[in-house]
Design a protein around this ligand. Sequence first.
Ligand code: ADP
Length: 488
Amino acid sequence: MKICFATSECVPFVKTGGLADVAGALPRELAKLGCKVKLFLPLYRAVDASQHGILPAPELANIPVQMADRTVLFNGWYGKLPDSKVEAHFIECPQYFERDAIYTDKPDEDERFILFQHAVIHILQRYNWAPDVVHCNDWQTGLIPALLKYNYGWDTLFKNTATLMTIHNIGYQGRFPATSLLKAGLPAEQFYPGSPLELDGDLCFLKAGITLADKINTVSEQYAEEIQTPAYGAGLESILASRRHDLTGILNGVDTQVWSPESDGLIPYPYSASKLANKKKNKQALLRRAGLPFNSEKAVLGMVTRLVGQKGVALLQPIIRELMQLPLQMVVLGSGDKKLERFLRRTAQGFPDSFSATIGYDNQLSHLITAGSDMFVMPSQYEPCGLNQMYSLAYGAVPIVRRTGGLADTVKDYHEYYQAGNGFSFNDFSANALLFTIRRALDIFKSKRTWREIQHRGMVENYSWLASAKKYKASYRATRKSKSDVAI
Ligand code: ADP
């Protein structure tokens, strides 16, 4: 099966969040399952072409794309996803991608990803390569089904090409003024109230993808249900509900080459479920790095997160004094919202022995926090899948999470009577519910034997990418079949 995997970020080339982890791991596993995968990604300034052996493709130089009344040129570059047979194609267009950030709030943000999406299709045409499925990921690739239908419908190359739209986060929809339609070259007559392309007078890339893709999926079963409701659907709930028969949930996996406590090169002391002693050394190393004193009676609570409302970091604010009275220390790594950054810095100044805040993005520290923490906190308002709780399960950092989306699918609340569960979870998105649950976890933490059992149940859990890739492959078959009944 031939898969075109279009994404706006991908490990190891460029990453801001979980989508990059998915794009770096899923295609590799799909290739192992016999799929031929071409991956497409913008060549941002942040991508180090020489480090990754990415070279210009001479046959893909100066390809024109019409952008309203202008012509924009792009160049194709070519590389490989490391340790795989996956071809990685990069779209070079300095006026759009030579920027300090990979996402911007500049007025031409729509143009950047319109160019990217046309470029993906142009390259498929140049290579005369007809995918069975174009796998679109998030709003940055949400227009591809519309473009294939309205703009490239004439090209018989794509007559059996189906589209799968994956929603990694419904909170980011790619909504732009109606004038974006002209830039994309989409037909004006397809834009009217309630049409697939329109949302409240805007062009909405994600809605277009959800409405026009042959199938849709998201990154956990629970989130697939939640986004059909007003509380979680961010305005797209009724459209999703109307397509519920085409909507599934497939949990992301963990890339065990990167996230495995036995072989993690970014932590000082490797360990495993059967050899947990080294975890304590990682805890000491973490506290040293964070500048906090070691105290074996105190639990270390880790957090690694983008500082955005969704992640629930603000829930710490009203309870921080009470938390700091408890036998715990917190090590937080994150960046984003300036108010939250200030709150974290202030808290670290106010409680220098109990609270450490690192503002920024630090991959190595994120591994050390996961390895060195006793507990890992994710009080998300919503969480499509969440990777950190799966990493923390694997590293014996018992997760404390709000029961939503992928957190609900992976973290099972500890149950004393049945001696079951791999973490602690709560329902209400409230500071008190979080505080109550942290207290509950600290209570159990005192019983070392019970704690080790909870850790162990998490560490032997298997969230492999292979299992997820098999589900994606089945989903590609279903997607392709819904397009035509040609046997594949
Ligand atoms: P999201 O995609 O919503 O940010 P996920 O839990 O799915 O959330 O994935 C987040 C990924 O980004 C994880 O791999 C996490 O370790 C990483 N990450 C987030 N913030 C930071 C940071 N400040 N430094 C290092 N890694 C981070």
